[in-house]
Design a protein around this ligand. Sequence first.
Ligand code: SF4
Length: 128
Amino acid sequence: MNRRETPGQLELVFTPPELSDDVRAELAAHVVPGWEAMGECRSTGNDAWFPEDADTTGKAAALDRCGFCPVRRSCLAYALSTGEEYGVWGGTTEVQRHVLTWDLSDGTTVPDALDRATLLPELLWRAA
Ligand code: SF4
């Protein structure tokens, strides 16, 4: 049985484990230097990428903008490597990054995790 399907353990999804130093280092290796200056969000205020939990419209708008971002993969790798808790990073929500962190802790490779979130977001990530 999948861990996330076990009744009573949903909390685990929202409290991901610490990633190992090796995984963090591998994630950091996927971050292009200077990515922050190339992001789609560079010309807009930070608030748009830190919507309230109940602001599903704002969250969806931020996720859509990330979909056009040339440094999305770097942004996500950075957020995962540093354990960013809040906001939309690399086209993912907080909950989605928690799921990715669990996957990485369970042995999913860094390239697979980044691919899953950035190349197939419409299949895997739009609902969370
Ligand atoms: S992926 Fe999204 S949050 Fe990250 S730099 Fe691009 S637009 Fe900004």
